[in-house]
Design a protein around this ligand. Structure first.
Ligand code: ZN
Length: 411
């Protein structure tokens, strides 16, 4: 008798439910708590909440949190009612969601642990199968996405991230202000991004003030065709621009190093990372060594100088001044006689409108990039995903800013 009261208290059971029996199976290391309804208690339709006559009952079992290292199961005959309006339905129980095989507390604990550890590890720790824990995770995301209110972000970032192989990408749309992932699209094509925009209301689309992105044609066209006034809202991100210029500097260095080595000059040998490192992050020794290199007459030094100047042109408040400064930069870059640099310079000139937008709007893909690095660590932890849906759901689970927990909170 006493253990019945104890379990009722542990479970926080409320009328009309009570503990009818407790069975301890020492061999199996399992406690089963039998629950029953107080006889004669009123039954309610789960749809409308109105009293309804009983129809039949079904035996159900739920895995609950362990008590003193014993696996703990709840067991109950759950009635079905026959509502005049809604037909035959199973009544709600306060400890689990309809159809759930675990109590809400068990699922909540699994969700908390999944935030810190892999599905494998959580399955092991809780003593259930990988599929069971994966199911809890997938349901949590479904629940979270269904609860999420319609997105009305002001500043968004669009970026790509690799799925499995090098050339298999997904597109991530994020809210730059909250850092939440709003959408994961299957590929990086124009139509996928258009589809997402298409799901927003006209008000939401009009409310978008900036879209930060790489100079990627599919994203540009999708945004131009979907967001009103996009010509002044699309912002090309500084770090992507810097990335192209960095690659150009590296190409110049490789060509020049080859030519110099042929003449027996090792000037550029072993300097690859010096040119790629932001001078602000260099050690004292690196700085001293690099000072001579960057002021040398080498082509690589010239390419590097052009890149550095470009990276310093992101702080204008007037679009006119920003454009003037970039035009001057372009005429230097295009006369540099460095083919890789000239090529990037042309791309930049074509996209200057969006660079000027980025400068004036003061937006960058910084927040999106931090999402990207968190996605990388999710990938490492899960050691890969079987398919893109699982990959997308893991991103929503960890970075979607969703309310993942089951509705029923106790017991
Ligand atoms: Zn009803």
């Amino acid at each position: 008798m006493r253990d019945k009261e104890l379990y009722a208290r542990i479970l926080g059971l409320e009328k009309p439910w009570q503990v009818s029996d407790v069975n301890l199976d020492m061999k199996a290391g399992e406690v089963t708590i039998h629950l029953e309804r107080i006889p004669g208690a009123e039954l309610l339709c789960p749809e409308c909440g109105k009293p309804a006559p009983g129809y039949d009952t079904r035996q159900r079992k739920w895995r609950h949190l362990d008590t003193c290292q014993y696996h703990t199961m709840l067991s109950a005959e759950v009635p079905r009612v026959e509502c005049k309006e809604h037909g035959v339905l199973t009544v709600l129980v306060p400890w689990a969601e309809p159809e759930g095989r675990f109590t809400a507390l068990f699922e909540s604990l699994a969700i908390d642990w999944l935030k810190e550890a892999s599905t494998d590890a959580v399955a092991r720790l809780l003593g259930v199968s990988w599929n069971a824990i994966d199911g809890i995770m997938q349901r949590a995301v479904e629940r979270g996405l269904a609860r999420r209110e319609a997105a009305a972000p002001t500043h968004i970032g669009v970026d790509e991230t690799a799925f499995r192989k090098r050339h298999d990408y997904v597109t991530i749309v994020s809210d730059q202000e909250t850092g939440a992932v709003l959408h994961v699209a299957d590929d990086r094509k124009k139509q996928s991004l258009k589809d997402w925009y298409g799901g927003l209301s006209e008000d939401s689309l009009g409310g978008i003030e900036s879209v930060s992105m790489d100079m990627w044609k599919a994203y540009i066209t999708a945004t131009l065709e979907s967001v009103p006034g996009a010509e002044s809202k699309i912002a090309f991100d500084k770090f992507h621009v810097g990335g192209y210029l960095g690659k150009a500097v590296d190409q110049v260095r490789r060509q020049e190093n080859k030519a110099l080595l042929a003449e027996g000059r090792p000037d550029l040998k072993g300097t690859r990372y010096d040119w790629l490192t932001n001078p602000a992050n260099m050690t004292r020794d690196q700085k001293i060594r690099f000072r001579d290199l960057k002021t040398s007459a080498l082509k690589t030094a010239r390419a590097w100088g052009i890149k550095q100047l470009a990276m310093s042109l992101w702080t204008y408040s007037s679009p006119t001044w920003a454009k003037k400064a970039w035009d001057r930069w372009y005429s230097w870059a295009i006369r540099s006689r460095l083919e890789p640099v000239k090529k990037v310079a042309k791309t930049i000139k074509e996209h200057l409108w969006g660079i000027v937008n980025a400068i004036v709007l003061e937006v960058s893909n910084g927040p999106a990039e931090s999402i990207n690095s968190r996605i990388k660590s999710i990938k490492v932890r899960s050691r890969g995903f079987r398919n893109k849906t699982r990959f997308a759901n893991a991103i929503y689970f960890h970075l979607g800013g969703l309310n993942l927990y089951p509705e029923a909170v106790g017991p």
